[in-house]
Design a protein around this ligand. Structure first.
Ligand SMILES: [Zn+2]
Length: 130
């Protein structure tokens, strides 16, 4: 790893946006091998080049601002994926309901029969079979 550290000394390095760009280029690479389309193949290199340019950039402020903008866009998407993952993990022990008035997602233990659920956000009560 020593040569890599020396290579990246004083450079911006990798951040979440660079990783996202790399993932995008991998997706394009897979697409181009499926589609056998020369335009898609060329497009694959654009995110790769972009990623390298960002990694070796010396303009830290600008790169950080780009990453922050990206995270602001990504966070709602990432949060949704995290929620789906939790939902899948808890599928045997918990049920998820949406509050009828404020649409807040609520997690309730499974197998309690008919119970009254109080929304922690707006205090609305509703009956659900768990
Ligand atoms: Zn509510």
């Amino acid at each position: 790893m020593n040569w890599l550290q020396r290579l990246l000394a004083g450079r911006y390095g990798v951040d979440q946006l660079s990783i996202a760009i790399l993932i995008l280029s991998v997706i394009l690479l897979i697409l181009s091998s499926i589609l056998q389309n020369p335009i898609v193949s060329i497009l694959t290199f654009i995110p790769l080049i972009l990623c390298y340019l960002r990694m070796f950039s010396k303009n830290f402020a600008k790169r950080r601002a780009e990453n922050e903008k990206f995270l602001k866009l990504w966070n709602p998407v990432g949060g949704w994926f995290r929620r789906q993952k939790n939902r899948f993990r808890d599928r045997k022990t918990h049920r998820y309901f949406k509050c009828p008035s404020c649409k807040q997602s609520l997690r309730v233990p499974k197998g309690k029969g008919k119970i009254s659920i109080t929304c922690p956000k707006c205090k609305t009560e509703f009956i659900k079979e768990t």
